[in-house]
Design a protein around this ligand. Structure first.
Ligand code: GLN
Length: 193
């Protein structure tokens, strides 16, 4: 049976993730309620504002459902999505899903350079390993746990990680025309393409 990819659509730039999946030829559904999530085999958690995200997950009574889902089904979190998945946020006190063993700093690249585009190196992409990283008020990964594998780098910093069923990145692949990271997620995590 065809696998159903959900895009969490309580907040943030979910539409562009869906557009990216369209481009690859994979259909997706929007997830706004716990009921919507029940039909999904994988979930993308987009960028946006992590505080608002968490507030809305709670308000829609779906915090526990999303956490249960992300415990073992394929999930890709980008930017705020990564923060929501992280175990530890060093400069905030909100309760995250706490599933990905990393410490992160919100807005970790400072105010004066809230946003920038620069090359990220993704070694699994072999000789064409450069990916244009769009960082928008991006979080900074401060440390990772021993079961977390770094898979993307910006200079000497880790900006993309995988851990079991979770792929998470601090930048926005959906804001480029480059479908490789979405394809990587679909192929390696969802077994979809
Ligand atoms: N700065 C945002 C936060 O802390 C994340 C920004 C983004 O998702 N582009 O949640």
């Amino acid at each position: 049976m065809a696998k159903i990819i959900g895009v969490l659509a309580v907040q943030g730039d979910f539409a562009l993730h869906r557009k990216m999946l369209d481009k690859i030829g994979v259909s997706s559904v929007v997830v706004r309620t716990a009921e919507d999530l029940k039909n999904c085999d994988a979930l993308i958690m987009p960028g946006g504002e992590s505080t608002t995200f968490l507030k809305l997950l709670n308000r829609n009574n779906m915090f526990d459902d999303v956490r249960e889902f992300a415990e073992n089904k394929p999930v890709m979190g980008t930017c705020a999505g990564l923060i929501v998945l992280a175990k530890n946020v060093v400069n905030d006190t909100f309760t995250t899903l706490s599933l990905l063993d990393i410490s992160v700093e919100r807005n970790g690249y400072g105010r004066q350079i809230d946003s920038f585009i620069d090359d990220v190196i993704v070694p699994v992409f072999k000789e064409k390993n450069k990916f244009s990283g769009v960082f928008i008020r991006a979080p900074r990964i401060i440390s990772i746990g021993k079961n977390v594998e770094p898979v993307g780098f910006y200079n000497d910093e880790i900006v993309m990680v995988k851990s079991n069923n979770i792929l998470a990145l601090t930048f926005h692949p959906e804001l480029t025309e480059d479908t490789r990271i979405h394809r990587y997620f679909l192929k390696e995590f969802v077994d979809k393409i």
